[in-house]
Each structure stands twice: as structure tokens, then as C-alpha cells.
Design a protein around this ligand. Sequence first.
Ligand code: GUN
Ligand code: FE
Length: 444
Amino acid sequence: NGSEGKDRDLVVVGTFIHALGLGQVEILEETALGVRAGKIVFIDKTKNLADRLKEFSITPDKCLHLEKHQFVIPGFVDSHAHAPQLPFMGTGSDLQLLPWLKKYTYPTEAKIASNHEYATEVYKKCVTRTLKSGSTTVCYYATIDVRSTLTLVDIVESVGQRAYIGKVNMDRNSPDNYIEQTKDSMENTRKFVQDVIARKNSLITPCVTPRFAISCTPELMAQLGDLAQEYSLPVQTHISENLDEVKAVTEMFPDCQSYTDVYDQAGLLGERTVLGHGVYLSPEELQMLKSRGSGISHCPNSNFCLCSGVLDVRRPLQAGVKVGLGTDFAGGNSPSMLDAIKRGMEAAVVTSLNASEKEDGGERLSYKDMFFLATLGSCQVMGLEGVVGNFTVGKDFDALVIDPKADDSPFDVFAEETIEERFQKYLFLGMWRKNVRSFFSCRH
Ligand code: GUN
Ligand code: FE
């Protein structure tokens, strides 16, 4: 009701930095942003503040004046992360994808699926870590187990993080202690989906999560495609991450034209389908993704750690495919989107150096592009571009207050530098604990 909305009025006065599109970063100094019931109701120059307060009947005591050196950015949006893989993050980069799954991933996920106490401990630590890294929105994979995946939902709910959360499906090519029957996989997924929907928490959405084509039968994938359609749910899976994986998929699905076609035939490619990696997609596959409205989560840290390859993210972008950024921990060794931005820059350098003039996808991507991918880009892939990702009127206000002069800040600031230089320093040198002063929206 109206009075409840007014109790939560807030006006933040200071500097705002956000992305409007690829390479389009806007720096708004001396600006006031008004929030009512969690939604942005105005963003305007400070000189118009008195008029705006009057217009929205907000009292001046609701104004929070930030210090001149501080700035506000949208909360980061991690479009690909594996909550149960936290225990082995930072280890296991000796192997490539398929043996890595066997040796590190499946045993850890199996333990979490079977030991509820352990699952609770891991998920609490995981959510604390993503949130403390500045990710106000995360697209999480859990395990094949419903009960502990619902515990992950509880934990995410308790801190007020925005999330897509998926119970993983795998009904073949998986270890004996970590595999499902097709029928159980579907029944349990339906149970999970219905339970999450019944909570009516607008911040948390169940996500249909076939692990990848190798571990799912075509029957399972097709039924999951139907389920996503029935409940209008987002989908997340992995695609074209590693050459051995692509070869295996091609051999397993001789009737499909490509890896992308495998998912298309199952009806899994929709406008809220988040495809992790996409390193080796052909131009035809990119065209198919564009026509379906599906997007790619670029996971440069993981692609380096597992020696998967280096995605030239300009290729999907130029093909008109939506692209976001993901940590993919623990394939990647960091839960932080600041790290993903740095790794994304390294991938941009490598692909720019490697591209022949003919196939060069244009200019090398900049820190502004990476900031876009880490915020609005990921939102576009998740179908949340109308909800969060920048400071447009009507969106929810999920934001971080950055303090470059915080005690023990890992970088120095100088009076002579511009706000743009300070913003770059934060992206390349900043750290959560030191530089994020507070969150808006997350109740942590
Ligand atoms: N492909 C299938 N499962 C996984 C996973 O857990 N991590 C990564 N990086 N790729 C996968
Ligand atoms: Fe992954």
C-alpha cells in the first residue's frame, strides 16, 4: 500500500556511474536518485532536488548525501555460477573440462547432494561470498538434489539477493552416485519449481538447468524444454566450452547440425536462455542464437583456468547475440565480478592480438565494455534488462556505494584525477571488503 511505500522512500545524492549499452558508460555527477518501494522514481541533477522532493512528497530527511569522492554503481550481475563448487575453488586447474568434472566436480556435488549439513555450510559461505563480492544478482547452478537446492533458495532469500536458481538435471554419462532416472529428474524438477513459485518471492526465480548435452538424454532435454515453456521459466546450461566436449556432443547427436541445434531441437532456446561459455560457436550457431533471443555468459576466468579456450566476445556481439559476464566458479577461481572484468580484459587483449586483419572483429573491447557486460549485459541475457542493471526510472534500485578512500583501500586516489580515472582504478584494483561501503536493496 501507499504508506508502506513511503516508509521506504530514499533519495541518494552524489555521483552515479552506469552502462546504457556496449561501450556506453554514463557518469552522472551532482545527481539525485529517488527510490520509492525499492524502485527508481527519478534521477535528476541535484539543482532540481527541491522540485523533485515536492513532486514525490518526499521529506528532505530521506536524503542520503554521499561524499564527493564516492560513487554509486549498479550491483554486479553474475550470469553463471556453481554454488556447490565453492569447496574446491582455487584448486583443480590441472585438468581440462571433462576429466575435471569427473575428478573434482561430480564428487564434490555428490557430497553436497547427500549431506545436508555440509550443503548448508557450503551454500551459506557461497552466498556470503558472492554478495560480499558485490553481486546483487546471480544465476546459480545447484546440484541434482532438491532438498539442498531448496536450502540454497532459503539462504539466498534470507540475504535478499536476486537470483535464478537451478536444480541440475543429469540422467546419463555421470557417476553412479550422482545421476538420476529421467522420470525422477523431471518429477523432482517440477517439485522444485512449484516450491519456489509458491514462495512468491519476486527476487528468486527457479531456472531449468540441464547440466549440458553430454549428461542429458534428448528425452530429458525435450521434457525440460516443455517445462520451461509451461511455467515461463528461464533456462541455463553450458555450450561449446571445450573442444573435446564439442567433439563428444557432435558424435552423440549425429542428427543435429550443431551443438546449438541439440538445444534448439529440445526447445531449450528461449529469450531467457543463459548459455555458459560459447567459445567455439560457428557463425551459423550464432545466427540461430540470435534468432531465438538466447544469450551467452562469457566466463573468461574459467576459460583460462580449465584451458578451454579464449572467446572473442566481439563475435557474438557483432552477430547480435546478447552477452553477459559470469564467474563460473569453481571452473573459474574467483566469485568476484571485478575479477571477471579483469579476466575479460585479458581475453580481449589475447583475441585482439590473435585476430588476423580479415577476421578481426573490430576494435579491442575496453573496460567500459566489460563493465557493461558485468551489469546490463548479464541482465539482458537473463531477461532482467527491464528490472535491474542500470539506473533507469522504473527499475529496482540494486546498487553498490563505492568508496575509493576506504581504510586500507588497495589503490590510491589523487585530487588531480577525474572521476572516470577513479572508476577505472576501482574496476582494476578495487576489492569488495575495502571499497564497497554499502548495498542498496539487499537485506544482508
Ligand atoms: N559443463 C558441464 N558441467 C560443467 C561445470 O560444472 N562447469 C563448467 N565450467 N562446465 C561444465
Ligand atoms: Fe559452469
